[in-house]
Design a protein around this ligand. Sequence first.
Ligand code: MN
Length: 313
Amino acid sequence: MNLIIHHWDSDGICSASLIAKYLLKNKFSNSTLPIGEYKFDERIRELIMKSKAVYLADLNVPHEVERINKRTLFFDHHIQPEIKNKLVEQINPSINGRNYPSCAMVVSEYLNAWDLETLLGTLGDIGKTAFRIPEMQEIMRRVGISKAHVLNLVELIDSNHISGNREGVENAVRVLIEKDWKDMLEYEPWLRQKDKIECEVERVLSMVERNGKSAFLQFESNFNIISRVARVLVWGMGFEKALVINRDFNGKAQLYCRVSRELAMKRDIMDLIPKLKSFGIAGGKEEVVGCIFHPEKIDQVIQVVKSYMEGLP
Ligand SMILES: [Mn+2]
């Protein structure tokens, strides 16, 4: 069997669907990684062992790809080193310095197949700016779908990984292949999931501690909603600074810091990243910094970040 391993987000799911339809004529099985973890688990390793060929989509895991011992086609758009494994063909324009907004576009170009999935994957990664790309406008005309419906579909597709539903992510590839977009908009499991996410976001937001223009929020949830919650606090509720912590995201602690655009223009918060790297995996850009770390370090991390935030103008 041909095995597709893909990222859990809309771009990964849509890329997998394009590969399945146009390259594998729907003869495939598919799997995603444990949500939130950029490494293979036992289940993935076993599936690779049983498969004839492997297809990878939108998964920035070059260290894992180096160790695959099957013929592999590796589609991606993340900046990553050239793969040395002779069994792997790497299709990634970033190797030649070309930036692609989505893996779905890399797959579409390679297969010369531009479909609704190309649009849903691209929108998932770069948001509404995708509507400015001429190829995306052409797809919308051909499919006859509105911007609002496209946005809604992406939200439904992403509801799978946001609610931590690995099986849902994997099923979504078949849903995209088998259902027409109007039916997908009414697909019950996705609608229910989206409702649950809304409720969880509401529940969490009710616990915010206000301190002038700063928000501090601690919660426990196995939903991956931390970035969304921080956006609501700053963009929606008008806080200048937000520090959000999920104390137990499937056993790990997540931290997310966001400041308003105005504040970030005066003073970006990127120098917080090296401070957090000693605690776990950290990254970010001008106005947002995130970190994943072991829960026993929570108090220490909060102390560091709180005093950093207080020192901002
Ligand atoms: Mn992507």
